[in-house]
Every structure is written in C-alpha cells, then in structure tokens.
Design a protein around this ligand. Sequence first.
Ligand code: MG
Length: 261
Amino acid sequence: MILTNEEDLKLIREAGQLAGRVLELVSNAACAGISTWELDEMAEKAIRDAGHIPTFKGYKGFPATVCASVNEEIVHGIPNKKKILKDGDIISLDLGVSIRTMKDGKKFDFIGDTAITVPIGKVSDSVMKMLNATRQALYEAIKAARGGATLDQIGGAVEDVGNEGAYGIVRDYGGHGIGPDYHEDPFIFNYRTGSKTKLKPGMVIAIEPMFNLGSDKTRLKSDRWTVVTQDYRPSAHFEHSLLITEGEPEVLTKRPSEVIE
Ligand code: MG
C-alpha cells in the first residue's frame, strides 16, 4: 500500500505511535515472576483503552494480542498463564495495533507492527551481545531503507551485522509490506537475495531481523504457531514499521524512550 494523503498518514502514524507506546509499557513490565499471559492482558487493555484493536488477536486464529517468545522461541509464541519468566531468560514481544476506518463502505485498517527482545534480570554476555546485534541490524536496515533502495540492500544491511557476530540469520521468516489486511508484498528478506525490487515513497513496511545464537534452522511446534530454533539455542527479534520517504524513512513505531543510532 502506498499512502500519500494527509488523513491516511495521520492514522498510520497514530497506529504506530500507540504500538510503540504499548510495547514500551509491556517490555518494561517483563520481569522474573510474571507470566506471558499477564503481559498479554496488559497490552490488550492498553490498546483497547485507547479505542483501538489488537491486530494479532484472531488473525488467522492467533489467540492473543502479543506474540511472546521466550529463549529458543523465535516468533509467534502464545502467551500462557503457566509460562512464568525467570532470571536469565530473554523474551521477544511482538504486537500490532489496528486503527479501523471505513473506506467506500468497507473496513480499512491502519496498522503498526513492532517487536523487541528484552533480558530478564542478568543474562549471559553472549546472549546480550546477540540481542544488541539484532537491534543494531534493524537500525542499519532502517538507515538503508530510503526511497529507491532495493530489497537486496535492506537484506544486506541485516546480513552484514549478523555475519559479523556469526549468528544464525533466520531465513524462514522476515519483514513484509503492511496494508489494510496486515501482511502484504513485498516479503522483506533479512539477507542478500539480489532482489532489485525498490522501496517507493509512501510504502509502509515492517523490517524484522531475527538472529539465533546457533544455527538459523527453525521448527514449528505442535501448537501450530510457536517457531523455535532447531538446536534450542536462544533467538532475538526486533521489528519496526516504517513509512518510506524520498530520504530517511519515518520510524512509525518508535518507542517513547528509544534512541535509534
Ligand atoms: Mg511483522
């Protein structure tokens, strides 16, 4: 989707800002002793209190507001009352906010999609380094995501950071265009593909690198949602939604306290 009119831009910014605010709230609340279920409830309440819709709840049958993925879980972990965080864990939290409008009698959603991985208490140096590298890979990809840049350049920016730390760069999942029905083309690879597809001003996209401490290989658990590393080593995931412009992109889901550098 390409957004050009001011009213649409206002709504996509509002969706992104709320997503960033809620993700900051929930990630700050993540601590030893709390369940992933409680974090999910907090996120859903914050989104609904603002008068908007948690994008993921019911999307293709996903049962919750937040994807909460702990340690070896890469993405799409389902919040659970029995999943209690403990010191030394890492948790990836991914959420979407939809602002629903009507266009020509049909629903049309403006969506902000964003993720962060945070440590719980003290985690090992190697895990902390992987987490920081995944965040930096997102930031390098954001710097590369100017109007006219190719998908190869975005993937290359992520791949270079991943290779520097010898991380497993997850290939089975990646970023995407954002449209009124959430995911849309193009698929945004986290590695070089040679793709000459160009980003155009007005496009809304999500970039979301995932790095593993071990191999890049993934496995889908029997719940049909949770994606884990095949070797059960930990994984990190960061994501922002961007509005592509002629120059630097606008980071729609920037969190209030976040400094992108
Ligand atoms: Mg996404």
